[in-house]
Design a protein around this ligand. Sequence first.
Ligand code: ADP
Ligand code: ADP
Length: 229
Amino acid sequence: MIELIEVTKLYNGQAVPAVDNLSLKVGKGETCVFVGPSGCGKSTTLRIINRMIEPSLGTILIDNKDVKASDPDKLRMNIGYVIQQIGLLPHRTVAENIAIVPRLHGWNKQKINQRVDELLNLIGLDPELTRNKYPYQLSGGQMQRVGVARAMAVDPPIMLMDEPFGAVDPLARNHLQDEFLRLQKKMKKTICFVTHDINEAIKMGDKIAIFDQGKLLQHGTPQEILSKP
Ligand code: ADP
Ligand code: ADP
């Protein structure tokens, strides 16, 4: 479903590539966790997939189609993206934040409102209580849930998640991980999930891609990774 072929990214002024001749396949419905120390190229790789960053070299295929052939805005409207800092618009309510991408898709008000309530239920927030709140009225964990809901709003087949649970305390994180795993069992989305936490990688990943200085050190199932010395 997602295929990176010999992808390299050298930022301006950098002596060493952030991503270095990386090839990786992520199968349909699979969660692939990118793990490794800070600065090893995980986020850059993620952003190359939805063309927030253009690679210096290499090809990215989604469903065997070169992403270069797609309009970047259209591409991003069909790929859910969740980051640690969430980026909820502070002067918009929860419902308005979730509605951003559906609006870009031209959904009518009724369809959007229905979807907002459905998503809030899905992620374990009471729509009545949450819909009209502003981000500052939410806890960190609640904001994170809204960030996930927003990314899922138009039910995109692909989700890119960059340390999605990184900003919440360990207990809440554990809870969010469990809920997301349960959700993913039903959703079967193709997910690239970035973390620096190997335990989170083992828990969340169908496959784990261990990054080291822009290269893939290992790639396999958690069991395969754990059984290697
Ligand atoms: P990770 O997500 O694993 O922490 P990143 O992909 O963010 O790694 O960064 C990989 C490397 O690229 C690091 O050396 C980082 O400093 C560098 N880098 C990231 N973004 C930029 C940028 N916009 N300009 C220049 N260098 C960058
Ligand atoms: P800006 O121009 O302020 O960077 P954009 O026009 O890129 O914002 O996007 C508008 C809002 O929609 C942002 O808050 C962004 O986080 C969100 N957004 C954009 N693309 C996606 C996506 N694929 N999935 C979820 N949210 C998105």
